[in-house]
Design a protein around this ligand. Structure first.
Ligand code: F6P
Length: 704
């Protein structure tokens, strides 16, 4: 079969990035094109792909200004998610609600209907698509066997082939009675056993039954973890912190904000000792519970942070008697590697398992997120979050393609990336509680779909994956929106909320504070879509020399997700919506969205560097030539500069050498005094050089 490059097929290629034009290959001539993917047939070789490439020309002749005039088109692009959100049901309807299925069908909505019962609305009418585009995209989904791939994922087939694993994060939020098999074994009972254990443990900690080594209640939690063991839980924590809605079925089931009263949840992710100082600032070892979250329990950053914080605890509280060792009262773990957890000194009773069929970035609904969040907000709130995620899982699993929100979202992304050539995507929550959504999506999407080869390891024949970034509105508007409006074309996703977590309506103000925020949410998609023409500017009397500067081309795509409120249930829905749309994109591109080999090279080079630095530290040879051995001149020069700087600091101001976090007084009992140590402020944990050089080994030689 003959292949031509994208630009050779599509003429002008207007709106198509250079990269896309150069890298996308399509079959040519009178060839009969395959209907679907199969052995040796990539999605880019199918008829459906070719039809979309040809359709780009049609779309390039449209402008969103005109497309948005089409009432029927707009109505067909306005859909409601599964609605049965227990937080939004009017009191009178609550009994009926209980009888409703958790997920009900979505559908295109009549523009005059009342959707207040819908927890989430998707409007993609501001995308550069027509109804025909959507039909062609759905044909593409069929050609890529998306329905079969969704079914295979839910069935627990080994779809993460490079790691020989099933992909079953949906089992983490499945109801107790469901049967989900991994290699013939129903995993749901194990999932619920861990959930039950978390419920018990979190209640014991919260009600003071499980106390610290000195008998004090554990009111503060520090969750140590990175990547998927951090970003998802941080996103949910940020959304819960100010959430005031409750299901109100039971007076003891306080909404998240109230349930967290008197408690603190901190995250420690970066191996930068400054992050340690910030995470521990103002905390008291006696009342602090540390949750080490690591799927592998080998991640260098997490393990060094865990050892450092263990040292911080033991230095103050001592090791404790054999029957109640301090570590077991103040440190618990979430991991798939139970052996390494035990070796670390954590009581297996306080270890919360998950499974290798849960990818790190898909793990927030496992103990990774559930444990720290249940400790802070009570298990009932986390349970609602899981139910919300489950409602979207069911919708994704059962709904037809044309009504399936994650499928539609995924296909729109494929259209923007692979056909219109947009490399980036803005995630723009008009809601401070969703401030950490962009960071979570960055990992979820970019680690999943940032791939260069297909499932079989062949180079991709199209652009895949997008560059995600974002900030909450209106902060983003005063930062990078200039580029979005007049610079590069970046499809934007606006996420807004009908009911604010905290409504403020000040006397004398024309609108509420939340209205003001939402005015921007509604204005931005239109500004991007319509732009401003030269004629309009002239009509407004804009001086000729400024016409070019003040013109907005418009025709810039966006979509809007309008949530009824940000409560645990809807946060679960939003999370699952993004998880599944990322998977859909991977299914189309034929890549493995569930591995992450691209993070390995940097990690292994850091390991080589660590060996070099260890030897330099041990031998004091940083001025000698062998420091640079095996390195290129650039890296060698930088490393030498760093080591010289550290040597200088070590001599001049040893107390600032950030290698540990033990206050000098605490450390006095444990380590030989340092001749260069100076007196210090005892209100903050102090960083001293000798701690991690020798102190850990002296405490317990087994701790590495
Ligand atoms: O950065 C790569 C990665 O493996 C992520 O996929 C993962 O979420 C993160 O590191 C943390 O890994 P772990 O939970 O094993 O510490």
């Amino acid at each position: 079969m003959e292949f031509l490059r994208w630009d050779e097929v599509s003429g002008s290629g207007a709106g198509i990035s250079t990269e896309s034009r150069n890298n996308t290959f399509v079959p040519q001539g009178d060839t009969t094109r395959p209907k679907e993917v199969g052995p040796g047939v990539s999605i880019t070789q199918t008829q459906a792909w070719f039809d979309l490439i040809q359709h780009v020309e049609e779309i390039n002749n449209t402008h969103l200004r005109d497309l948005l005039q089409d009432e029927e088109r707009c109505a067909s692009m306005f859909l409601a998610a599964p609605t049965a959100n227990p937080y939004h049901v009017r009191q009178g309807d609550r009994e009926d609600m209980k009888r409703m299925p958790k997920a009900i069908s979505s559908g295109a909505l009549d523009s005059h209907e009342d959707y207040s019962q819908s927890s989430l609305i998707l409007d993609f009418s501001h995308q550069r698509v027509t109804q025909k585009t959507i039909e062609l995209l759905l044909e593409l989904a069929k050609a890529a066997k998306v329905p079969e791939k969704i079914a295979a994922m839910f069935r627990g087939e080994i779809i993460n082939k490079t790691e020989s694993r099933a992909v079953l994060h949906t089992a983490l939020r499945a109801p107790r009675e469901r049967v989900i098999l991994d290699q013939g074994k129903n995993v749901v009972p194990e999932v619920h056993a861990v959930l039950d254990k978390i419920k018990r443990f979190s209640e014991q900690v919260r009600n003071g039954e499980f106390v610290g080594a000195t008998g004090k209640a554990l009111t503060d939690v520090v969750a140590i973890g990175i990547g998927g063991s951090f970003l998802g839980p941080l996103f949910v924590h940020t959304a819960f912190r100010t959430a005031t809605d409750s299901v109100q079925e039971d007076a003891t089931q306080l909404p998240p904000q109230k349930a967290a009263a008197g408690r603190r949840l901190r995250f420690l992710s970066n191996v930068d000792p400054v992050d340690i100082a910030r995470a521990l600032e103002g905390l008291n070892q006696e009342t602090t519970l540390v949750v080490i979250v690591s799927k592998t329990f080998t991640t260098a950053e997490t393990m060094l942070n865990a050892r450092t914080v263990r040292q911080w605890i033991v230095s103050k509280l001592g090791e404790g008697p054999p029957w109640a060792r301090t570590v077991s009262r103040h440190m618990v773990a979430v991991s798939t590697n139970l052996k390494l957890v035990a070796e670390f000194g954590i009581d297996p009773v306080n270890t919360f398992a998950f499974w290798d069929w849960v990818g790190g970035r898909y793990s927030v609904t496992s103990a990774v997120g559930v444990l720290p969040l249940a400790l802070q907000y009570g298990f009932h709130n986390v349970q609602s979050f899981l139910e919300g995620a489950c409602s979207v899982d069911d919708h994704f699993h059962n709904e037809t393609l044309s009504q399936n929100l994650p499928v539609l979202l995924g296909m729109i992304s494929v259209w923007n990336v692979s056909f219109l050539g947009h490399a980036a995507r803005g995630i723009l929550p008009y809601c401070q509680a969703l401030a950490k959504l962009p960071s979570h999506i960055q990992q979820l999407s970019m680690e999943s779909n940032g791939k260069g080869v297909d499932m079989e390891g062949n180079p991709l024949l199209c652009e895949a994956g997008e560059i995600d970034f974002g900030e909450p509105g209106t902060n983003g508007q005063h930062s990078f929106y200039q580029l979005i409006h007049q610079g590069r074309q970046i499809p934007c996703e606006f996420i807004g909320v009908v009911k604010s977590q905290h409504s403020v309506f000040m006397k004398g103000e024309p609108v509420s504070n939340h209205d003001e925020l939402m005015c921007n949410f509604f204005a931005q998609p239109d500004a991007l879509a319509y732009g401003k023409t030269e004629a309009e500017l002239r009509e407004q009397g804009v001086p000729e020399e400024l016409i070019g500067h003040k013109t907005f081309s418009g025709n810039r795509p966006s979509l809007s997700i309008l949530m009824q409120a940000v409560d645990p249930y809807s946060v679960g829905q939003l999370l699952a919506l993004y998880e599944h749309r990322v998977a859909v994109q991977g299914f189309i591109w034929g890549i493995n969205s569930f591995d992450q080999w691209g993070v390995e090279l940097g990690k292994s080079l850091a390991g080589d560097m660590r060996k070099k630095m260890t030897s330099v530290r041990a031998n004091g040879t940083w001025e000698r030539d062998e420091v640079g051995e095996g390195l290129n001149p650039s890296t060698s020069r930088l490393l030498r500069h760093y080591l010289a700087g550290m040597q200088h600091q070590a001599e001049d101001q040893l107390e600032d050498f950030p290698t540990g976090l033990v206050s000098e007084d605490d450390c006095e009992d444990l380590c030989p005094p340092s001749p260069t140590r100076r007196s210090s402020d005892q209100s903050m944990p102090r960083m001293t050089r000798h701690d991690s050089w020798g102190c850990l080994d002296k405490l317990d030689p087994r701790w590495g």
